[in-house]
Design a protein around this ligand. Structure first.
Ligand code: F0G
Length: 461
C-alpha cells in the first residue's frame, strides 16, 4: 500500500471576516508614488495582503475577545492587572511586572534606569528601537552576535547566538563596570527571526553574571524561539514549550516585551524584572510616561486579552502551525532558486535584496526598491530591513550599509491562509523574473530618527 499524503491545516476556523480590496496595477503605482516608495506610508486599505509586520496585526481568539468584555476600567488596581501579573509570574517567572503600552516604552525605561553616559551595551544584533533608546540614554551599542548571522546563505541552527569571545573582548576592552547589561533577544528580528540556543544563553548568563553584568531579555518572540530550541537543540525534543520558555527566562534578570507579537494582541507590552529596587524605580518612572503602574498604557480589557494571549502563545499546536506557515512560504520561494535568508526563521521570510538586485549599490537602497516593486506587482506589502532601517553612523554620518539587505515578508498570526501564502510566493516569482528592470532609489526626505518609518524616496535617474 502506498503511503498517502496527510496534509495538516491551520488549527483554527474563521468566525469573522474582513473583506480585502484589490486595486488595479495603475492604482497601485499611483499609491506607491504617493507614499514616496515607502510601504510604511501606504494606506492599509490600498493593500491586498499585508505582510508589513507581525506586530499588533494578529487575529485574537474568541477567548481573547471574550476577555475584552471583562475589562475592569478602574484607574487604579484593575482586576485585569492582577490577572496579567499572575500570568507573567506563572509563565515567565519574573517577579515584578511594569505594564507599558508596547515594547519600546519598556526599552525606554530599562535604558534610562540602567545606562550611564559613556556605557556600552552588547547585544545579539541591533533592533531599531532598542538600540536607539540605548543610544539616547548615553550608551554605545556593540553587536556581539556570531559572524554566521551576517551571512544570509549560511545554514546554522542558532544564528541568533552571542559570540562569547566578542562579549569577553568587550569586557576586556572597556571594563565590566561600563557594561550595565547585555541585551539578548529571542528571536533576532533583524537577521531573519533567528533563534538562540539554551546552551548559548546559559553561557552568556554565566559570563555576564561572573562580571556583575545583568542579562536583559528582549522576549518579543520567545515562544517562537522556544519552538526552534525544541526542534533543533539536542536533548530538548521531549520538553514542553512551558519548560523551555521558563528556562530561558530563568537565565535572565529581566525582560522587555512587545506583546503585539507572541501574545496575539493588537497593543500592549511590559517590562518585568526580578530586582526589587529596580522594580521600584521602574514603577516610579512608568507613571511619568505611560500611566499608573497598574495599567501602563493599557486599558483593563487590553490587559485581560493579553493575559489570555500569554497562555495561547505557548500552546504547541498554535506555535507549530504559526512557524509552519512561515516555513511553507519560505520553502516555496526558495525552491524557485530565489535568494532568501537561511535558515527560514519564525516570523517571516526575508528576501536577500543584495542577491536579488546585484546591479544596485547598497546606497541605492535595493531592499526599499524591491518592497516598492512587490507592492506594485501584486498589492503585497512588505518591509525594508537593510540600509534604510540601519540608519546613519552617528559619528561619521554615513549610511551604515549593514551586511544584510533584506525585504521582510512578515506573517501576522492566525490571519492569512495557505492560499494567501501561495499568492505571495507567486508574486515574488513574478518580480524575480523581471528583476533586471528594477532600479534604485534616492531620498527626497530623511527623518532624523528611525528614518525607515517616514522617509520618502524617488527613483534614481
Ligand atoms: N524588539 C523587537 C525584537 C521587535 O521586533 C520590536 C518591534 C520591538 C522590540 C519594539 O516593540 O513595536 O511594541 O514598541 N518590532 C516591530 C516589527 C515593530 O515590525 O518588527 P514595539
Amino acid at each position: 500500500m502506498p503511503t498517502r499524503r496527510r496534509s495538516w491545516a491551520e488549527p483554527w476556523k474563521i468566525k469573522m471576516v474582513e473583506p480585502l480590496k484589490m486595486l488595479t496595477a495603475d492604482e497601485r503605482k499611483a499609491a506607491i508614488e504617493g507614499a514616496g516608495c515607502n510601504t510604511f506610508l501606504l494606506r492599509s486599505e490600498d493593500v491586498y495582503i499585508d505582510l508589513l509586520t507581525d506586530s499588533g496585526t494578529s487575529a485574537m481568539s474568541d477567548r481573547q475577545w471574550a476577555g475584552m468584555m471583562l475589562g475592569d476600567e478602574a484607574y487604579a488596581g484593575s482586576r485585569n492587572y492582577y490577572h496579567l501579573e499572575d500570568a507573567v509570574r506563572d509563565v515567565y517567572g519574573y517577579k515584578h511586572l511594569i505594564p507599558t503600552h508596547q515594547g519600546r516604552a519598556a526599552e525606554h525605561m530599562i535604558s534610562r534606569l540602567l545606562i550611564e553616559e559613556g556605557d556600552f551595551v552588547p547585544g545579539n544584533m541591533y533592533f531599531t528601537t532598542t538600540r536607539l533608546h540605548q543610544e539616547m540614554a548615553g550608551a554605545t551599542f556593540v553587536d556581539v552576535i556570531i559572524d554566521e548571522a551576517h551571512q544570509p546563505d549560511l545554514m546554522h541552527p542558532f544564528k541568533g547566538n552571542v559570540d562569547l569571545d566578542k562579549f569577553q573582548a568587550l569586557i576586556d576592552e572597556v571594563g565590566a563596570e561600563k557594561i550595565p547589561y547585555i541585551s539578548d533577544a529571542t528571536t533576532v528580528n533583524m537577521c531573519g527571526g533567528q533563534p538562540i540556543s539554551l546552551e548559548n544563553l546559559r553561557q552568556v548568563s554565566e559570563l555576564a553574571h561572573a562580571n556583575g553584568i545583568l542579562v536583559i531579555h528582549d522576549m518579543t518572540r520567545v515562544a517562537e524561539n522556544a519552538l526552534l530550541i525544541k526542534e533543533r537543540e539536542p536533548g530538548q525534543a521531549d520538553r514542553s514549550m512551558e519548560e523551555i520558555v521558563r528556562d530561558i527566562c530563568d537565565l535572565t534578570d529581566g525582560c522587555t516585551m512587545s506583546s503585539k507579537k507572541d501574545h496575539l494582541v493588537n497593543i500592549g507590552g511590559f517590562l518585568a524584572v526580578n530586582d526589587d529596587a529596580l522594580a521600584d524605580k521602574a514603577r516610579n518612572m512608568v507613571v511619568i510616561y505611560e500611566g499608573l503602574h497598574t495599567y501602563g498604557g493599557m486599558s483593563g480589557r487590553d490587559m485581560e486579552a493579553l493575559s489570555i494571549g500569554i497562555y495561547e502563545s505557548i500552546q504547541y499546536d498554535h506555535i507549530h502551525a504559526r512557524v509552519g506557515q512561515v516555513h511553507y512560504l519560505g520553502n516555496k520561494i526558495a525552491d524557485e532558486g530565489i535568494p532568501i535568508m537561511k535558515p527560514i526563521g519564525t516570523h517571516g521570510v526575508f528576501l536577500d535584496a543584495k542577491r536579488f538586485l546585484p546591479h544596485l549599490d547598497q546606497d541605492e537602497f535595493p531592499a526599499q526598491a524591491l518592497a516598492a516593486e512587490l507592492y506594485v506587482e501584486s498589492g503585497v506589502r512588505a518591509m525594508e530591513r537593510g540600509n534604510v532601517s540601519a540608519g546613519r553612523n552617528p559619528d561619521t554620518g554615513e549610511n551604515r550599509r549593514p551586511a544584510l539587505e533584506l525585504v521582510r515578508l512578515t506573517i501576522p498570526r492566525r490571519v492569512y491562509t495557505q492560499a494567501h501564502m501561495d499568492v505571495v510566493a507567486e508574486s515574488v516569482m513574478e518580480i524575480w523574473d523581471k528583476r533586471e528592470s528594477i532600479g534604485g532609489l534616492e531620498f527626497t526626505y530623511e527623518p532624523e530618527y528611525l528614518r525607515f518609518f517616514q522617509a520618502r524616496f524617488r527613483p534614481k535617474c
